[in-house]
Ligand binder design. Structure first.
Ligand code: SF4
Length: 239
């Protein structure tokens, strides 16, 4: 059972207007069992900056899938230095990774959606679930205009998929431009892949830049036609 009900959070949501309001509520009510999942895209960069301005003991974690691009490691180091913090790295179970590679191959995710979901499950979803089971709340970079699956979210929501902890979405009402303006005007460290046309950042073999006019997540698992491209971390907005 989580600390709050959706009804209680709905009442709080009515009182929040800015991302900082949302984060302050989260720190007051959930810290230190509160952490931000980060891949250092624009949303993460802005939220991380806001978090450390509110609380210097903010907790960040990242999924070290074993297939991340160099630029993400650079961003991890820059964020650690800038905010004088240590990002918690979540690693997959090596036995699960070894079994998958032995049975299906190193790049099996290109072969089928089933294999891709298996790989995301092992490298992302399982470590994430283990981490979330220790928390009362987690902070995401969701924005309602990101894609059709993510619309309709509120700043504070019960995460039914993860033990009814609180899912904190400070930027839910912001556009990409508002987010990027914040990143630039506050000189926030961010993943330099953003400058190369990657608006959605993930593992190196599964992410590519997008063309002008393409959907913001078209660069993820680009070889799949399925428009419902999620790795399972935000699945409660998929249905
Ligand atoms: S994004 Fe690709 S490499 Fe990363 S966990 Fe998913 S399928 Fe595996």
């Amino acid at each position: 059972m989580g600390k709050f009900t959706q009804q209680e959070l709905d009442e709080v949501n009515k009182t929040l207007s800015t991302p900082e309001d949302c984060l302050k509520w989260a720190f007051d009510n959930l810290h230190p069992k509160l952490a931000k999942a980060s891949s250092f895209g624009a949303e993460d960069a802005a939220i991380i900056d806001m978090m450390f301005k509110i609380n210097s003991d903010s907790r960040l974690f990242t999924l070290e899938t074993g297939r991340l691009p160099k630029e993400t490691f650079d961003a991890i180091e820059q964020v650690e230095q800038r905010y004088n913090t240590k990002i918690e790295k979540l690693y997959p179970d090596p036995n699960e990774v070894e079994k998958m590679i032995e049975e299906k191959g190193l790049n099996c995710f290109y072969d089928s959606i089933e294999n891709r979901k298996l790989c995301c499950g092992i490298r992302k979803v399982h470590p994430m679930n283990k981490m979330l089971a220790t928390l009362d709340g987690w902070i995401t970079g969701l924005r309602n205009d990101q894609n059709q699956n993510r619309s309709g979210a509120s700043m504070l929501e019960i995460d039914e998929m993860h033990g009814n902890i609180v899912k904190v979405n400070p930027l839910v009402n912001w556009t990409f431009d508002e987010t990027w303006d914040y990143v630039k005007s506050n000189n926030c460290p961010y993943n330099k892949l953003l400058d190369q046309g990657y608006p959605s950042i993930g593992c190196e073999p599964c992410t590519r830049p997008i063309k002008i006019g393409e959907d913001i997540r078209a660069g993820r698992w680009w070889w799949e036609n399925d428009t419902n491209k999620e790795c399972g971390l935000h699945m409660n907005h998929d249905n």
